[in-house]
Design a protein around this ligand. Structure first.
Ligand code: CA
Ligand code: CA
Length: 459
């Protein structure tokens, strides 16, 4: 255990980053912005000054014809799938590029065709660990092929007739997974790099950012067989296998067949990125970059996912704590784009927490909806009312206290207000679950994530 978490659940997972944040200002990964608002103009410009979807207003619900079933902002993602082939590369091309800009080349291929890179004469493996001398795997019975030392890296081009298996770099004594491998899984020996697997696995995209947001990794759960739904999920480093410092949702154990889960890692800016307005926390004003995160998801992440996998079937967005808050914000900003929005233990009172701080909370924004922004909304929370949910400071938001953990009071207030409004009908387009006494952590979310998954899978 890492001990008591700061002071309140919303501070959860204030990121010990697993990803090394390079200063690589990932240039929007070449996403094809096909469509958008009509016109066929292709642009990859990511602007922080462009028109935001209802920015600053009372919440994205569609002034001017935007709204459910309408055309969402280009910040929400391309309407048509891009894609297209990738240029033919030769071994000489890639080696020359590696010698000029090793890390840039590793990164570029990580975001496009993936490592090992399939070239006309085989798979190109590249290692930056000077002590590792061979690449070995299922394809050669783990015998190993020697790596050729080059300028700050070593490489081997290996013809592989039947890809799909595992590989590692090795000095023929110790074996290490390839940190740049596109595909991997985790077994009893740790991470295992995979070559174009057909089994369910994770795909990795390293250091993806944009003009506004820091780079971070994507971890994409790719199901075996065909994909029928795509779920975008936050705090990616906590979602799969052993997860991050706070534990794991163990989604590899619960994700239904056919669901592609795009895990987007958080960064050290998590509290800014996952919040739609500022709040005052520990005397500091933080938050409010949620629209930039919406834009990153729509303009950078979704084009990459569309080009690589397509986006067949309904789209969903899901997270917990502040990740639940940003999921609700995304669905609100992009009405009609996400069929499913799930907030587990969401921080729906953000904006009203600090003394004297008062911004629009997500509780209030959703209460004001006159029509649903997603065809199915899922909210849950653990904890309980403790000594009672009271609006002690008279700001209209029932305050969670140490005796009412896990954001219970604000989520129960949201449930009550949604049930009284016109946009959401519990059991029809809105589900709420109270897991009494459940605490605010990954183990609790892992234990109940099967519920939102089954709702999503039924859409
Ligand atoms: Ca307050
Ligand atoms: Ca209050």
């Amino acid at each position: 255990m890492l001990g008591q978490r700061m002071t309140r659940p919303f501070l959860h997972a204030l990121s010990l980053l697993t990803a090394a944040l390079t200063t690589f200002a990932a240039a929007a990964c070449g996403g094809d912005e096909a469509g958008g608002s009509g016109g066929g103009t292709t642009t990859t410009t990511t602007s922080s000054t462009g028109p935001g979807p209802g920015s600053g207003g009372a919440g994205g619900q569609g002034a001017g014809g935007e709204g459910q079933g309408g055309s969402a902002s280009p910040d929400c993602g391309p309407e048509e799938e891009g894609g297209g082939g990738e240029p033919t590369l030769t071994l000489d091309d890639v080696l020359a590029s590696l010698r000029t800009d090793r890390d840039g080349t590793l990164h570029e291929i990580s975001l496009t065709r993936g490592w090992p890179a399939l070239l006309p004469d085989g798979y190109l493996f590249v290692s930056t660990s000077s002590n590792l001398t061979h690449v070995a795997g299922d394809h050669d019975g783990w015998v190993g092929a020697p790596l050729t030392a080059d300028q700050g890296f070593s490489w081997a081009l290996v013809p592989i007739a039947s890809p799909g298996g595992g590989y590692k770099f090795t000095d023929l004594t110790a074996y290490e997974a390839d940190p740049w491998a596109r595909s991997y899984t985790v077994d009893s020996f740790g991470e295992l790099s995979l070559i174009r697997p057909s089994i369910a696995h994770l795909d990795r995209y390293r250091d993806l950012g944009d003009a506004d947001l820091k780079p971070r990794d994507l971890r994409v759960w790719v199901p075996q067989g065909s994909i029928n739904r795509v779920l975008y999920a936050h705090d990616g480093q906590n979602l799969f296998f052993d997860g991050g410092p706070f534990g794991s949702w163990r989604l590899e154990q619960s994700v239904p067949p056919g669901v592609l889960v795009v895990g987007i890692d958080n960064t050290s800016d998590r509290m800014d990125e996952y919040t739609h307005v500022t709040d005052t926390i520990g005397g500091n004003t933080v938050g409010g970059q949620g629209d930039a995160y919406v834009r990153f998801l729509g303009r950078t992440v979704r084009p990459l996912i569309q080009a690589r996998y397509g986006e067949p079937g309904p789209l969903g967005v899901m997270g917990s704590s502040l990740g639940g808050l940003i999921s609700l914000h995304i669905a609100d900003r992009c009405p009609g784009v996400y069929a499913f929005a799930a907030s587990l233990s969401g921080t729906v009172g953000w904006g009203s927490i600090g003394d004297g701080n008062r911004n629009e909370t997500m509780l209030e924004r959703y209460t004001a909806h006159t029509r649903p922004v997603a065809s199915r909304l899922y909210l849950d929370v653990g904890g309980g009312p403790g000594s009672g949910c009271v609006d002690a400071d008279g700001d209209g938001i029932e305050d969670d206290t140490d005796s009412s953990p896990d954001n219970y009071c604000e989520n129960e207030q949201l449930r009550r207000q949604l049930a009284a409004g016109g946009a959401y009908t519990e059991g029809a387009n809105f589900d709420f679950a109270w897991h009494e006494g459940a605490i605010h952590n990954e183990a609790a979310w892992a234990a109940r994530v099967g519920n939102p998954f089954s709702i999503f899978a039924g859409l």
